[in-house]
Design a binder for this molecule. Structure first.
Ligand SMILES: Cc1cc2nc3c(=O)[nH]c(=O)nc-3n(C[C@H](O)[C@H](O)[C@H](O)COP(=O)(O)OP(=O)(O)OC[C@H]3O[C@@H](n4cnc5c(N)ncnc54)[C@H](O)[C@@H]3O)c2cc1C
Length: 506
């Protein structure tokens, strides 16, 4: 198929071909068509016979900014995807068996310019004030109370739990409205320029050819273009992130949805529980060196509390990244570009930042190595910071005697993470790099939650008297408690704000 270009541009790169129509493919199609559609001719090829990975249902707050950019109506989106609100993740049994903490999306307390709030909180504990750091964060307390509301005036920071398949369908509708052509077909091969290696066309199994100037590889773990055709090298991170399998399972809901994801450490990995409006997404992520596939499925079936709606199926993956996310005239997005692992729900976010970055550095004039190098450099920095944050959860555990967790505690970790841990342990100092996704609040919640105990904190806190400390803590705590009381129960809010239409049998 020769895609004729009738767009109002003389740019050399006009014909965009997206290979794959999972969350990555349709996010790319929606963003490019909505924002650059007048300049580009966009074709998306996907195969119903292959289908999508079908997981990826917990998100993080920046997705709301992306939706805003695309002009997506929140209520319409939440209704269409059966979405609920997510204020954070409850980590259970990660430090020690029986312990629990929440990594919430909110801001904790109030910070001074010299040091962050947790230094004052640590000083307060030394003085005998017995508080939980989560008591100073609205999102944390709202999650615990199962309360939630949003409006144009509210500044509560939240994300969504959503149905992945319906989300791709929702984005497909937006994309097609903005001129994206969808081609159903099985990609069998690619035609490449003999000299440069650039991709010239996708070859489908029925002989059709889809020609393009720029290709976006959204073919999932198969990585048909970036990996298979162009040989972009895979940097393996399994020595830091040893889980390599997952079993997802959907169940019916047995209780009103809470506004947070649950992540429960198990003997060779962890289990997720994502509450949607009418069902629950569950799954077990595990390391195959320590647990067999059969035992993983049995463990999951034993733990879930609703009626299974799907069969458990094993997904194999390798953690790591493609060194050149953009190689030749192909940019890889989503699972085709690598996978950190789903613990902090970062994959959909990385698809979004990948496509936004592509729009910022778009090669309208053809091959421009400087753009490509910058794209790859920014992507690498972003991924390495996130990787360190995820490794932290595994490494700083107190689950002595579980072989998998003993291994994680003893494994070598990236130097960049070792330095962060040392700084926190010695001085309670936490920091974030420029443009880093996870802010100081996130690092602090997880480091404290996993049981990392700082030996000292900033001496400036000693300038506060006991009375001042009491005033600070009581004031902040009651401010949060009052704000939580103004919120309705999460499930009641969802019901009136965006209840999905449930099909009823005649
Ligand atoms: C266990 C697990 C849990 C996860 N949980 C989360 C989470 O909570 N939050 C989060 O943000 N992310 C999560 N992720 C990641 C998330 O699922 C993905 O980032 C997201 O679904 C995007 O996937 P994709 O579009 O890259 O790939 P896929 O969904 O696999 O889509 C690939 C597409 O390529 C097409 N395709 C492949 N081969 C061919 C071919 N030969 N011809 C034509 N078409 C082809 C397929 O038909 C499909 O349309 C999770 C991942 C896993 C494995």
């Amino acid at each position: 198929m020769n895609t004729q270009n009738s767009k109002k541009t003389d740019a050399a790169v006009k014909r965009i071909v997206i290979a794959g129509g999972g969350t990555a493919g349709w996010i790319a199609a929606a963003a490019l068509s909505k924002k650059l559609g007048d300049l580009l001719e966009i074709t998306l090829v996907e195969s119903d016979a292959i289908g999508t990975v079908g997981v990826g249902e917990a998100t993080i707050p920046p997705l709301r900014t992306f939706h805003h950019l695309l002009g997506i109506d929140e209520q319409e989106f939440m209704r269409a995807t059966g979405a609920t609100a997510k204020l954070g993740i409850a980590f259970e049994n990660w430090g020690r068996e029986g312990e629990r903490y929440i990594h919430s999306f909110g801001k904790t307390g109030t910070s001074a310019w010299m040091c962050d709030f947790h230094h004052f909180w640590l000083r307060g504990r030394e003085m005998g004030f017995d508080s939980d750091i989560g008591e100073f964060c609205l999102e944390h307390q709202a999650a615990e109370a199962g309360r939630f509301a949003t409006s144009s005036k509210s500044n509560i920071n939240f994300a969504y739990h959503l149905d992945a398949t319906r989300y791709a369908a929702f984005l497909r509708e937006i994309s097609e409205e903005h001129g994206v052509t969808r081609v159903e077909g099985l990609i069998q091969d690619v035609r490449q320029d003999a000299e440069s290696g650039d991709i010239l066309a996708l070859i489908l199994d029925d002989g059709r050819e889809i020609e393009g100037d720029l290709f976006i590889d959204c073919s999932g773990f198969r990585s048909l273009l970036a990996g298979k055709a162009l040989g972009s090298e895979f940097e393996d991170w399994s020595h830091w992130l040893p889980c390599d399998r997952a079993v997802p399972l959907q169940t019916s809901a047995t209780e009103p949805a809470m506004p947070y994801t649950r992540s429960i450490a198990e003997k060779a990995g962890w289990r997720w529980r994502i509450p949607l409006q009418t069902r629950v997404g569950n799954g077990l992520v595990y390391c195959s060196d320590y647990l067999s596939d059969d035992d993983a499925s049995a463990l999951l079936l034993d733990r879930v509390d609703g009626k299974p709606m799907t069969e458990p199926r094993v997904i194999r993956f390798a953690t790591g990244r493609r060194k050149q996310t953009w190689k030749n005239n192909c940019v890889a997005l989503g699972l085709a570009s690598g996978f950190i692992e789903p613990l902090e729900s970062t994959s959909i976010h990385l698809i979004v930042t990948g496509v936004v970055r592509l729009m910022q550095l778009f090669p309208f004039n053809g091959a421009e190595p400087a753009l490509r190098d910058e794209y790859n450099k920014q992507t690498q920095r972003e991924l390495e910071d996130i990787r360190d944050f995820i490794v932290l959860h595994y490494h700083v555990n107190q689950r002595h005697g579980d072989p998998f967790w003993d291994h994680c505690r003893q494994m070598a970790i990236p130097d960049s993470l070792a330095q962060r841990i040392a700084l926190f342990r010695e001085r309670a100092h936490a920091y974030q790099n420029n443009d880093e996704l996870f802010r100081v609040d996130s690092w602090v919640q997880v480091m404290l939650g996993q049981g990392l105990k700082p030996q000292r904190h900033h001496p400036v806190t000693q300038m506060m008297t006991e009375q001042q400390m009491q005033q600070l803590q009581t004031g902040l705590r009651s401010q949060v408690a009052r704000a939580v009381q103004t919120l309705p129960p999460h499930h009641e809010f969802i019901q009136q704000y965006c209840a999905e239409a449930v099909a009823t049998e005649a």
